[in-house]
Design a protein around this ligand. Sequence first.
Ligand code: ASP
Length: 317
Amino acid sequence: MSFTLVIHGGAGNITPAIMNKQQEQEYTQGLKDALDRGYEVLKNGGTSVDAVVAAICCLEDNTIFNAGKGAVFTKKGLNEMDAAIMDGSNLAAGAIAGVRNIKNPIRLAKEVMLHSGHVLLSGSGAAEFAINQGMVMTPDEYFFNQQRYDQWVEIRDTNFTQLDHKGDNLKGTAPNPDYKFGTVGAAALDIHGNIAAGTSTGGMTNKRFSRIGDSPVVGAGTYANNATCAISCTGHGEFFMRAVVAHDVSCLMEYKGLSLQEACATVVKDKLVKMGGEGGLIAVDAKGNWDFCFNSAGMYRGMRNSDGKEVVAYYGE
Ligand code: ASP
């Protein structure tokens, strides 16, 4: 049986004009490391769920991405993270929203999926569950990052929220057009024929009122179903929630018989564009088809499969 892994590290205004050679190298390495981590799991016969967790943990531990250690700051100067995982073999899902001090939020999402009897836990309750499950809490300093801090200081006295991967059409929400880093995600097909997807994020810089984006919302930012596809999204979460993006791709395959690529293009390049929603997604299906699809200038992305093919890219074609 064959296997496939796709990952992303956020979409947005990612062009050669705003990336220098060193940044290109850092992103290439960061994406390759995550691909290698997930690939190892799949090569050894591990599950798509475990491959997704392995790849995402690697991205969460890397400060260049807005998740885990690199999570952006809220209006109050905190790091509040969201994550979700879904198992396409049985439609089980687990998610956490607005959690602090968790080193790898995707691991906690998996714990929720397997051991809570619930799908989505938030805030202090999610932390309590994490402690009950024996997860180690990580001090605030672990999440301190000068670049993220500076991004926040720029706008903390305003009521702007800043998408980490700002594109040009987010009027009123983002004063700096050059921000380009983002949320992370992975989707995988394993040798058992099962698919899974996961997403992890720090959300938006300077977010207030316990704002939650699409990433931990099953069907919006994350979805997996063996009958159709496994999807992880990145983009302006409010639009992705209203368009129920990940589930919409699945529905187009299930009810209209569209291919993976056709379904992704319909949602990302047509429906979302008409709504003004910027971003993209990564996708696999149970036949080993995979896709990257985005309507922004670029998306940090990678793919590695059992045919020996490997792709790492960030700019648009
Ligand atoms: N979708 C995420 C959110 O709105 C942000 C991102 O993709 O970078 O929280």
